[in-house]
Design a protein around this ligand. Sequence first.
Ligand code: FA5
Length: 337
Amino acid sequence: MIDDITAARDDALAAVANAENPDAISAVETTTLGKRGRLATLKTQLGTLDTIDAKREAGRALNDAVTEVTAAVERRRDALRAADDAARIESERIDLTETTSRPTRGHRHLVTQAWERLEDVFVGLGFQVAEGPEVESDWFNFEALNMGEHHPARNEFDTLFTDHVPPGGRPGSAVLRTHTSPVQIRTMLDDEPPIYIVAPGRVFRRDTPDATHLPVFHQIEGLVVDEGISMAHLAGTIEAFTKAFFGSDFTSRLRPSYFPFTEPSAEFDIRTPRGDWLELGGCGMVHPNVLRHGGIDPERWSGFAFGFGIDRMSKERHGVVDIREMFTDDIRFVEQF
Ligand code: FA5
């Protein structure tokens, strides 16, 4: 009997040690410790032993065997579970230091790229960069630019007003600047001629967004005030800029137009190598009233000014169909430039 118990125990311990998965362990449990298992069967045979001592000895050996096998089963189960957890953790591990390619770097927005190149090109032509506030007084945005209170041209700038009351101003006289032209006045008041500046900046209009309009967009203003400045200087500067910015196979032209702050006024267009004409912006000789508002004597000094939309220019330059796409933050769009 004792030999049978020892054999059953040793077989069970060997099977547990070799068990590779929970099912194999459960099988050993059933065949050794279960109701009809080997040790239970031996227990039912205790009554066949002759002496009390033999029964006691066999009973103790049986209990010991059950305890030993049960403990071995538990230990093996724990070990398998730990190995299983370790394997899962390993398979789910993400090595944050490991990358298959270089990290992608962002780049400047299309409009910022154009803005910076415009500055570079004009600085190369001898201009300085100036700036002005985005919240302007009515005086700088309109009045000083020869658009009095009832001037009809005001209607063309769909103006956004603010509650802010500028120093010395009256309620309702602060606007979000509708163009960069007020920087002309600020520069003339701050600096003595000769003046050669460009002023890129953000402007605002109550325009409904569509394929060519944004309510918030960007313009670049140019202003030259010097002795003997004529329309020929304006045309020459626009042409030099066109070639430097777009390439030597582009040319420019001026078309008569009207702006209250320039006289004469013109629109300027550029011609692409394919022969299409693109309208870029407005320009003209600075109106004598505007020079006077800037504290400059129009008898001695003359000047020209120009202004055009940066967003619309980069839209045309890159063949973007809808200007609104440039501000959607869609990475598939942005990545192309
Ligand atoms: C002006 O704003 C004048 N200040 C330009 C000027 C400066 C003329 C100096 C003479 C001397 P205009 O309203 O046409 O002009 O606007 C100039 C350019 O801004 C347009 O040619 C266009 O490129 C751009 N623009 C105008 N409205 C929008 C808009 N809603 N969205 C995007 N671009 C616009």
